[in-house]
Design a protein around this ligand. Structure first.
Ligand code: HEC
Length: 507
């Protein structure tokens, strides 16, 4: 049976809000005694105090045609929900933001200050007064059409895909032939779903094998369903998640699109209760010249955890996956992107410096599958050679996890469906010296090869043929592949093309 996770979440948001309210009452009391003036003397009004908060922090999603379930623009819209707004902002359910603050500073975090939250609460308690209409700030303007101006290339689905009103979430891959006359460098992609309310997120890939076209042609409906982990053979080139419109790479960086590539979009749909049609449009923005600098995605564990032996027993509430990688060169990190499915609970990536100090790069205390976000750093973070990057992913497969899609819980292993699990955190970096990029990429491949070796040797019932093949490199015959024997075996594995695809430059 598939539970409705969103319904349960709301209950939890309401429960959390009562604790938050108690804390808030305490903090208000403190604030008023400190300033000596009772803030309740002058209740906040919509036009003067509330509209600026809502316009700035809520309206981007809560407006017609956007992901928010209702608009929050005009006074009547906001007044009608004054109580709910006070509750969801106190519980931190809204605005949606999942990364813990206080570590590395993020680019534009979606968070309200405690003071803004208190204003929304006091406004509700004062009866949600409108105030002087002359004080209403200008409603926010959202550019119609393309956010970055006219794209260099526009891709559009040739016919709409119809999604049923109710049922399981759907993953569907759509193929857009690029027909590029030559290799191109792409600095930004704007993804524009036509049915915003059903599109949760989308991943972008490049396919130079023709396999995506073939799979598309084999199904009568537009696009094709993921089979045999096809997309893992494609090159990932970013994605789109609710709350973000355009992903522009930092200054001077770009993705290479080979001239024979097809653009593939894997869209995750969540049915809305009525039949809807999606016909996506995509705008590509080319860079004028090849970038001078390359970037690398350090994904830990690699391949979204495919080779980490993820296998979560039914009912297990604290299942941990770890991975670590020591930087062979100095890098500058500019963003970080976590990924997991419904059972992900706490996701952390830390940098441990050679002097023992540690720095949290990302911590998601309460993972929410709906928000596959990429978190940009306000300033690049320098990580010297020898820094160890450590990720820890904690999963909750118990019945107490309100997001658990299966009730009662079942054993969950690695896989592409949302009821399977995956997990990784990808740190996007530029090598401090461009010529070090190749060293970093090679070290990442070695890391993956090591995981493949360890996993093959550890599994008692693993593939015996593979195991026997690997043990051919066990020169001293001790039944293990030790440090001296590794390099040769790593090279063998890399040359066989055994590494899961799309490991670098993955956004
Ligand atoms: C990045 C997009 C985004 C922003 C910004 C945002 N919301 Fe939302 N909001 C949503 C989505 C999506 C939902 C539906 C969530 C769900 O049902 O799981 C939602 C739901 C809500 C709900 C209904 C909650 C419930 O339990 O049904 C309220 C109330 C709300 N938002 C208020 C706000 C307020 C107030 C702000 C600004 C302080 C805000 N939102 C900012 C996307 C956003």
């Amino acid at each position: 049976m598939i539970a409705e996770p969103r319904f349960k979440l709301r209950i939890r948001a309401a429960q959390r809000s009562s604790a938050a309210l108690a804390a808030l009452v305490a903090s208000c009391a403190l604030a008023s005694s400190a300033t000596g003036s009772d803030p309740a003397d002058s209740p906040p009004t919509f036009t003067e105090h509330v509209a600026p908060i809502i316009f700035r922090n809520c309206a981007s999603c809560h407006r017609p045609g956007e992901i928010g379930p209702f608009p929050l623009l005009a006074y009547p819209d906001v007044r009608r929900r004054a109580r709910q707004i006070a509750e969801v902002t106190e519980s931190k359910f809204m605005p949606p933001w999942h990364a813990e603050l206080g570590h590395v500073e993020f680019l534009s975090p979606r968070v309200l200050s405690e003071q803004q939250i208190a204003t929304l609460r006091r406004w509700f308690e004062a009866g949600a007064p409108e105030g002087d209409p002359k004080k209403l700030p200008k409603p926010p303007e959202f550019p119609e059409g393309w956010q970055l101006g006219k794209p260099d290339l526009v891709l559009k689905m040739d016919r709409p895909f119809q999604l049923y009103a109710e049922g399981k979430d759907v993953y569907r891959n759509f193929v857009f032939p690029l027909n590029l006359p030559e290799d191109k460098w792409v600095r930004a992609v704007e993804f524009r779903p036509s049915a915003r309310s059903i599109v949760h997120h989308a991943l972008f890939f490049l396919d130079t094998t023709g396999a995506a076209r073939e799979a598309d042609a084999a199904e009568p409906e537009p696009g094709f369903q993921e089979k045999g982990r096809l997309t893992l053979r494609f090159t990932p080139v970013g994605g789109w998640a609710v709350g973000s419109n355009v992903r522009v790479l930092p200054e001077g960086l770009a993705y290479r699109y080979p001239k024979d590539a097809d653009f593939v979009v894997q869209t995750h749909f969540h049915p809305s209760g009525k039949v809807e049609e999606e016909q996506t449009t995509i705008g590509l923005y080319f860079a004028d010249q090849p970038p001078k600098r390359s970037f690398v995605g350090i994904q830990l564990p690699p391949a979204f955890g495919e080779i980490s032996g993820l296998d979560i027993p039914a009912g297990e509430s604290h299942y941990v996956v770890r991975d670590a990688f020591t930087l062979p060169v100095e890098v500058e990190a500019f963003s970080v992107a976590p990924h997991a499915h419904y059972l992900g609970k706490t996701l952390t990536m830390k940098a441990r410096f050679s002097d023992g100090r540690e720095q949290v790069l990302l911590r998601i205390p309460e993972w929410d599958f709906a928000w596959q976000e990429q978190y940009g750093f306000k300033q690049r973070v320098t990580l010297p050679k020898g820094t160890r990057l450590e990720t820890e992913l904690v999963y909750d497969n118990s019945a107490d996890n309100p997001r658990n899609p299966t009730s009662p819980p079942v054993r969950v292993r690695w896989g592409p469906m949302s009821t399977d699990e995956m997990g990784s955190i990808t740190l996007h970096v530029v090598a401090a010296r461009e010529e070090d990029t190749a060293v970093l990429e090679e070290a990442l491949k070695d890391h993956i090869a090591d995981l493949v070796i360890d996993r093959a040797l550890q599994r008692p019932r693993g593939n015996q043929i593979v195991k026997a093949m690997l043990l051919r490199f066990d020169r001293n015959g001790d039944g293990d592949i030790d440090a001296e024997e590794r390099p040769e075996l790593r090279n063998f594995i890399k040359n066989q093309g055994w590494l899961p695809g799309g490991l670098n430059n993955s956004f």
